[in-house]
Design a binder for this molecule. Structure first.
Ligand code: THU
Length: 157
């Protein structure tokens, strides 16, 4: 028997420490929170994905009176990207959120498990790491890949 320690490498950065490309993606994720439809949770999430063709696609959570029918911001964005830019690879993704008070969350919001699994599929398709930026008011977390957010992931059968 042996222990296997899984380490998740996270850089905590300030906005002004980001590259211009990272700043733009965070800006777009923050802007996308305004296009959230969240009349039930009042929790507005935005996601922005930089693609290899240079375009940035955004998504926001879309809720539904039949609760499970709603979709998170990350999956809205990644399925839009897959459907509209099928030949482009994912390069980076940024995620931002505003809480029920309408203000940006103080600490970054990590994506839910289902969104990690969905994003992982597009990282596999890209064939390289897809950087993840989780934006909060007080810190922006930078993770090197989607797979680092989902260790021991299921990816083939
Ligand atoms: N939500 C997201 O959009 N992304 C996440 O990663 C976590 C949660 C949304 C789903 C729902 O509309 C609201 O936030 C509250 O859970």
């Amino acid at each position: 028997m042996k222990n296997i320690d899984i380490v998740v490498p996270v850089i905590s950065a300030r906005y002004d420490e980001l590259t211009p490309v990272q700043q733009k993606l965070v800006d777009d994720a923050r802007s996308a929170t305004a296009r959230s439809y969240a009349p039930y949770s009042h929790f507005n999430v935005g996601a922005a994905i930089l693609l290899s063709d240079g375009s940035i696609v955004t998504g926001a959570n879309q809720e539904n009176a039949a609760f499970p029918s709603g979709t998170c911001a990350e999956r809205t964005a990644c399925y839009y990207a897959g459907a509209n830019h099928p030949d482009a690879r994912f390069e980076k993704i940024a995620i931002a959120a505003r809480g029920t008070d309408g203000e940006e969350v103080e600490q970054p919001i990590p994506p839910c498990g289902a969104c990690r699994q969905a994003l992982l599929e597009y990282e596999k398709l890209a064939g390289h790491d897809v950087e993840v930026l989780l934006a909060g008011r007080d810190a922006i977390y930078i993770l090197p890949s989607v797979s680092s957010l989902l260790p021991l992931s299921f990816s083939s059968f």
